[in-house]
Design a binder for this molecule. Structure first.
Ligand code: IMP
Length: 197
């Protein structure tokens, strides 16, 4: 069985990913790896932030690890909040405040098309090539609702309906969300790659 450290403190992300992974992989979140740090996300792109997180944890553990960074990109807000999604309404990383700001800024905006985009960065110790860096991307297109719907999930889930669905991510079970989600698409590529190693 492969063990792989997941450079996150977000328990929702851990659960979503663990539920997608077969029994041949064991995902170890930071807490379980005995690492108690807040990883910085200082960059202007999801890819750079994902790389920062994975490199930070690799430098501590020297073990195979991956990270992910996700942004909600709203057409009518010219791609905002994007890479700033976690701190859209301030440093508090408050889900409700972030949602309130999105809905306020979209007031009167006709185009509510949006997408979640996830970038995964994998640092992998290859037996012959040494430490390798790989990226995987997953996109989920949809639209932003006028009001909040549902109480499951996390982050912007209550205001996002994926294309092909008739309810928000926050009204779905985790398995339902995983059939549509950005994170599932990126993670599926990650594990397809790992199965070839
Ligand atoms: P980060 O990837 O942890 O930096 O997340 C950026 C922001 O997007 C945070 O506010 C998260 O709560 C939010 N976010 C990330 N993934 C999802 C998701 O799957 N659904 C809803 N919000 C998300």
């Amino acid at each position: 069985m492969y063990t792989l450290i997941f450079a996150t403190n977000n328990q929702h992300k851990v659960q979503e990913i663990q539920s997608l992974v077969g029994s041949d992989f064991k995902i170890i979140p930071l807490k379980e790896a005995g690492i108690d740090i807040e990883i910085p996300e200082p960059h202007d792109t999801l890819q750079e932030n994902a790389a920062e997180k994975a490199n930070t944890i690799f430098n501590i553990t020297k073990q195979n690890c991956f990270s992910e960074d996700t942004g909600l990109e709203i057409e009518g807000l010219h791609g905002a909040p994007g890479v700033k999604s976690a701190r859209y309404a301030g440093e508090g990383r408050d889900f409700q405040a972030n949602i309130d700001k999105v809905l306020l800024n979209l007031n009167g905006v006709h185009n509510r098309a949006a997408q979640f985009r996830t970038v995964i960065c994998l640092l992998w110790k290859d037996a012959t090539k040494g430490i390798q860096t790989y990226y995987f991307e997953g996109i989920c297109k949809g639209k932003i609702t006028a009001e909040m719907h549902g109480e499951k999930g996390f982050g912007y889930d209550p205001i996002f309906i994926p294309d092909g669905a008739d309810k928000s991510f926050a009204e779905m079970t985790m398995d339902e969300k995983n059939t549509f989600s950005h994170r599932q698409k990126a993670v599926t590529q990650l594990f397809e790659f790992l199965r070839t190693q």
